[in-house]
Design a binder for this molecule. Structure first.
Ligand SMILES: NC(=O)c1ccc[n+]([C@@H]2O[C@H](COP(=O)([O-])OP(=O)(O)OC[C@H]3O[C@@H](n4cnc5c(N)ncnc54)[C@H](O)[C@@H]3O)[C@@H](O)[C@H]2O)c1
Length: 119
């Protein structure tokens, strides 16, 4: 049975939609031993963030991305915000020992930022 992994989506814009779509469909494209569970989406659009969550199947929504990243039921932080925010968000995810996914910052760069040894 696939292991459930909790996803937090940071950003509820176009990339938030694109990545949510990816999480929903990944097991149709690939034989993965994980089942993504869309736990929470964070964004600044207070009027529509709840609607985004409902439309894409997230269990909840928030305006506070740090609160979302800190949740115990979240395993993977998917960053879909403007690029200048990725560094801070990825570092926060790493501090809470979450996995993260971002296009603008590769794991090797993050390790350098965090001064972690390359494995
Ligand atoms: N749209 C594309 O086709 C595309 C393709 C590749 C890369 N990108 C890059 O992805 C990034 C996002 O693009 P987009 O089109 O989804 O933008 P967008 O403006 O549609 O969405 C950005 C989202 O980030 C959220 N956000 C902004 N500041 C935040 C903060 N401080 N805390 C929490 N959430 C915050 C906004 O509320 C919004 O939901 C951009 O940097 C863009 O260059 C976009």
């Amino acid at each position: 049975m696939a292991k459930k992994v909790g996803i937090v989506m940071l950003g509820a814009g176009f990339m938030g939609k694109a990545h949510s779509n990816g999480w929903m469909k990944v097991s149709k494209f690939f034989n993965v031993p994980y089942e993504p569970v869309l736990k929470v989406v964070a964004g600044l659009e207070k009027d529509v963030i709840g609607q985004f969550a409902e439309c894409w199947g997230y269990e909840s929504s928030t305006l506070d991305w740090k609160e979302a990243v800190a949740r115990d039921d979240v395993d993977i932080v998917c960053v879909g915000t403007p690029t200048n925010l990725h560094k801070e968000m990825v570092i926060e995810a790493a501090k809470t020992e979450k996995r993260f996914s971002t296009k603008s910052l590769r794991p090797c760069h993050a390790r350098k930022l965090l001064k972690w040894p390359m494995l």
